[in-house]
Design a protein around this ligand. Structure first.
Ligand SMILES: Cc1cc2nc3c(=O)[nH]c(=O)nc-3n(C[C@H](O)[C@H](O)[C@H](O)COP(=O)(O)OP(=O)(O)OC[C@H]3O[C@@H](n4cnc5c(N)ncnc54)[C@H](O)[C@@H]3O)c2cc1C
Ligand SMILES: *[C@@H]1O[C@H](CO)[C@@H](O)[C@H](O)[C@H]1NC(C)=O
Ligand SMILES: *[C@@H]1O[C@H](CO)[C@@H](O)[C@H](O)[C@H]1NC(C)=O
Length: 506
């Protein structure tokens, strides 16, 4: 490229995100149907309704002009060429698990590409790589791998998509040993904005490989296949404990201790900690879900989790078992078809558990206000506060192959991912719930800052973020600049930036 062309493209990149292309949605869909006969679903057909099934009701309410459901990477490329040539807006559905509306669906005149037809899964002869089509969900992968005694660093819940989870990061049962899902991709096959099909690995298009490791998909291209690292794995030890809300303040110091002390010494262990208000179960409850990939005694918990099993702690429910990844991923399935809001912030570990205890108390104030107002008329309103410990061993494992795009480094760790979710039914409550969550997140961030415990860059985990959160700012200035330059290199005319709206944009 000559310098003047580069300048022109840089200018195109800086244009405001207005679309001047073909707004006649039926024409775009007809053109797609001509190029990909049989793969386009129009409104008011059973095929369209099947594609329009999403985990969160906020997403399935949207009605695209049509769904395009290619079954090969070449067909994805053909669809992209039709869309970009006509300047037509589009989005892409992997497993469709984004909580917010517009994350992977859109209203007409937009078009949604559903990747579900890219459903191949193949294990290499040496058993070290599993090639997974981008439309698979984690259950499809584990149902192939479990019988072979293999596993990948993948999602924990069965119906979640391989694509979105891996592109945004990917917290797994196995993260203590190998990092996040994005750290265990050998190669991505990607359709670029131009319609060109390329690979991205440590040796081919290495800058794109880096960007796709946590940088999300919608700024770079449509991934059609992930080649994932696989490893030998039998059943895992797992324990689910549910406690009455009254012991949460006893448990939080144990969770803090796991983050800073216990988990780095037990890399095969993995856990998360959920506080919830569930009206149907009588109020506040706390759940500890524990996993160990190298332990098999169900009568005696591994030392790392022993304090949670202490007989002096009141428990409502204990379920300890050895289990395959598939069965575990079905156990922690979340209900479909509800309205969902997920917000996230990340705090650095402090010397004492006080910060976590104070976050819990702030969340309880939020819940009390919610119960007195919005939730009064909708008994399904269920608020959650979830702590995901990210100990030093996980941050260390992220540094392989030149590191990922997230900007998380062991020097700034350990960190706690703090997830604040609400599920509900009535759309009338949308604004009140979102305003309450926005305010809660702001308070938690201010509190953490006042204790010197904001994550250095203000990291927000993309896969748990609400659409108004500034996810990319939290990757740090240097990574953000690098991500922008990779996007410019692989999409010089800014087509994806203009046409693929609704998710986080650089
Ligand atoms: C019940 C539940 C359990 C979860 N469990 C975990 C967990 O254990 N660990 C964890 O880390 N996260 C977890 N998550 C969060 C999850 O990682 C995100 O919701 C993720 O975006 C889901 O991926 P998806 O493909 O299903 O989503 P989608 O909504 O389909 O996609 C997410 C984004 O990626 C884009 N995209 C999809 N496919 C492609 C592609 N092939 N190429 C380029 N861009 C693409 C979409 O356009 C969208 O912008 C969970 C979420 C839910 C709802
Ligand atoms: C993926 O798994 C689900 C649940 O077992 C199943 O219904 C679906 O058909 C599977 N998809 C493919 C392509 O095998
Ligand atoms: C169990 O809890 C009691 C009371 O807090 C404590 O004294 C004891 O050390 C605990 N035991 C274990 C194994 O953590």
């Amino acid at each position: 490229m000559t310098p003047s062309w580069r300048l022109l493209f840089a200018w195109a990149w800086a244009l405001p995100a207005t679309v001047t292309g073909d707004h006649d949605s039926s024409r775009v869909c007809r053109a797609l149907a001509e190029t990909l006969p049989g793969f386009v679903a129009f409104p008011d057909t059973p095929a369209y309704e099947a594609h329009n099934a999403y985990w969160s009701a906020r997403q399935s309410e949207l009605r695209p002009a049509c769904f395009v459901a290619p079954t090969s990477a070449q067909d994805v490329a053909r669809a992209v060429r039709v869309l970009t040539k006509r300047g037509a807006r589009f989005t892409v559905k992997g497993g469709g698990h984004t909580a917010f509306d517009g994350g992977s669906n859109m209203d007409a005149p937009g078009v949604t590409l559903d990747l579900a037809g890219l459903d191949s899964i193949s294990v290499s002869a040496d058993r070290r790589t599993v090639s997974v089509g981008a439309g698979n969900r984690w259950i499809n992968v584990s149902e192939v791998l479990d019988p072979l005694g293999l596993a990948v660093v993948g999602g924990r819940v069965s119906t979640v998509g391989v694509s979105g989870l891996t592109l945004g990061g990917g917290i797994s049962y196995f993260s203590g040993m190998w990092g996040w899902a994005c750290d265990n991709v050998r190669n991505y096959e990607v359709v670029l904005a131009s319609g060109e099909l390329v690979n991205a690995s440590p040796t081919v298009n290495a800058d794109l490989f880096w960007a796709l490791r946590g940088g999300g998909g919608s700024n770079f291209g449509i991934v059609t296949r992930f080649d994932l690292v696989s490893f030998e794995q039998g059943e895992l030890w797992a324990s689910t404990l549910v406690y009455p809300g009254t012991v949460t303040e006893t448990l939080i110091p144990l969770v803090h201790d796991l983050l800073v002390r216990e988990l780095p010494a037990a890399p095969a262990a993995h856990t998360f900690f959920v506080m919830a208000y569930v009206a149907a179960l009588g109020g506040y409850l706390t759940l500890s879900d524990q996993f160990h990939a190298r332990y098999s005694d169900i009568l005696c918990p591994p030392a790392v989790f022993a304090p949670f099993h202490n007989a002096t702690l009141p428990k409502l429910f204990v379920y300890t078992r050895l289990s395959t990844v598939s069965r575990l991923s079905l156990d922690i399935e979340q209900p479909r078809g509800m309205r969902q809001a997920w917000w996230e912030t990340t705090v650095a570990a402090t010397a004492t558990p006080d910060l976590l205890l104070d976050i819990f108390s702030m969340w309880q104030d939020f819940v009390e206000r919610l119960l007195a107002t919005a939730a009064a008329d909708d008994p399904t309103v269920t608020p959650f506060l979830i702590f995901h410990p990210i100990p030093l061993n996980v941050l260390g494992a992220m540094q392989v192959n030149g590191g990922n795009a997230l900007g998380l480094e062991p020097e700034d760790g350990p960190i706690m991912i703090v997830q604040m979710n609400v599920l509900w039914t009535s759309a009338v409550l949308d604004d009140a719930i979102q305003d309450g969550l926005r305010d809660l997140v702001a308070r938690v961030e201010t509190l953490a800052a006042s204790r010197g415990a904001r994550q250095k860059n203000g990291y927000i985990y993309m896969n748990y973020a609400e659409k108004s959160q500034d996810v990319y700012a939290g990757y740090g200035e240097e990574n953000l600049a690098r991500l922008r330059s990779v996007a410019r290199r692989y999409d010089p005319e800014g087509q994806l930036r203009r046409l693929w709206r609704g998710y986080f944009k650089l």
